[in-house]
Design a binder for this molecule. Structure first.
Ligand code: GLA
Length: 391
């Protein structure tokens, strides 16, 4: 890979209308650079580290016109940091993760990554499709979780920068080979992260296959809108969902849809995450707190509001908009103080929460759930937007 440094200022001066020009620069791994100064939108590409086999991994720093930034690496398609303003305009990093690639290589509960080929669980690590039974890697007791032993969060993606009139981004591509982690078919997955001038992190997912296969891609960011200074129990959460998919002791859905009304799963009106998390409610015991899929109230296709989170001390607000039918709300129950993350901060119990837009867990074994099967000739296309503001 070339380590050549481009002078972006010079390039931009020559190439008026950089949007089209740079987005067509198919320079996977070949662009390193320094800041484009004097313009609102900015992309900076540096080396994040090296894989054990010597392969270089990049870090993209996206900056929008408001000065918000997103740092994204092509290892695991991970959002390493996300700086958003509070009500006073103070920028803070509102996602958990590590300072360097080594942290992610050693141990990570999917911090900031794209998970796939199938985000969430497939019961018993098996499913039957068109009369053939497939056996997947089982990495969560007897179940398959987040794509298996080496899911999309642990691979190096091809990458290229994306310039738009009102956003900057990175397009990441990964070819998951036929048989990988037990899945059928060569699956080409493309994930595009865009940081827009409206302080949105937009994620566009695209996939095609040459054999029928289940696909369920999601983003596993751990958010903490305080800037990571305390646990997330005071964040106020609204979930636009009247039902959820109850689970068994192994967190596999039973197949039913259960009404949230009258239970601690009811977030139809905003409520602090910590208000009922320790309630004596069977479903909360299974997950050690919230770790469930909510069935989103939707009207037709297109983007629909799934969740809204308000952090009272900083005024930060995050809305989640998605084309997906479900959302996994995970309250960071497995964080236990054994991980030291960015800037030496220890991630104690429930120090971050995840809102993973998705199809329902174990759909390949649940005929009543919306299908997750992608067939040759079809396109898997979904979009999720995390929109930030402050009040
Ligand atoms: C998902 C799962 C959780 C857990 C976390 C990562 O949210 O549902 O059970 O695996 O990922 O630790």
């Amino acid at each position: 890979m070339s380590t050549r440094t481009w002078s972006w200022a010079a390039l931009v001066a020559v190439l008026v209308g950089a949007t089209m020009v740079l987005s067509s620069c198919k320079s996977s791994g070949q662009v390193s650079g320094k800041k484009v100064t004097g313009q609102a939108l900015d992309i900076d590409v540096t080396t994040f580290g090296k894989m054990p086999d010597g392969q270089e991994v990049k870090l993209y720093t996206l900056t929008n016109a408001k000065g918000a930034t997103a740092k994204i690496t092509n290892y695991g398609a991970i959002v390493v940091s996300l700086q958003m303003p509070d009500a006073k305009g103070k920028m803070d990093d509102i996602v958990l993760g590590y300072d360097d690639l080594d942290g992610y290589l050693k141990v990570t509960p999917y911090f900031g990554a794209i998970v796939g080929r199938y985000g969430n669980r497939i019961g018993g690590g098996k499913f039957t499709l068109d009369g053939v039974t497939y056996t997947l890697a089982t990495n969560d007791k007897t179940n398959h979780l987040h794509g298996g032993n080496k899911g999309f969060d642990k691979v190096v993606w091809d990458h290229r920068m994306v310039w738009k009139a009102d956003a900057v981004g990175v397009e990441l591509t990964y070819l998951s080979k036929d048989g990988e982690e037990g899945y059928p078919g060569n699956l080409k997955a493309t994930v595009t992260y865009l940081l827009t001038n409206k302080n949105e992190l937009q994620i566009d997912y695209l996939a095609t296959t040459d054999k029928a296969t289940p696909v369920n891609l999601t983003h596993h960011g751990y958010f903490n809108l305080t800037g990571g200074t305390r646990d997330i129990l005071g964040h106020e959460l609204m979930l636009n969902a009247d039902t959820f998919t109850p689970v068994d002791a192994g967190l596999i859905p039973t197949g039913e849809l259960q009404a949230v009304a009258g239970t601690p799963m009811d977030f139809t009106k905003a409520s602090p995450i910590g208000a009922r998390i320790e309630a004596d409610f069977e479903q909360l015991k299974a997950g050690g707190g919230y770790d469930h899929n909510w069935v989103l109230n939707r009207k037709g296709k297109g983007l629909s509001l799934a969740a809204k989170v308000t952090e009272p001390t900083t005024g930060r607000v995050m809305e989640v908009w998605t084309t997906e039918p479900g959302i996994q709300f995970y309250a960071g129950n497995f964080l236990d103080g054994t991980i030291t993350g960015k800037a030496g901060r220890v991630y104690q119990h429930r120090w971050g929460f995840c809102l993973e837009t998705q199809h329902f867990p174990d759909s390949p074994n649940k005929p009543s759930f919306p299908s997750t099967i992608l067939r040759p000739g079809e396109k898997y296309e979904t979009t999720t937007i995390y929109r930030f503001s402050a009040k």
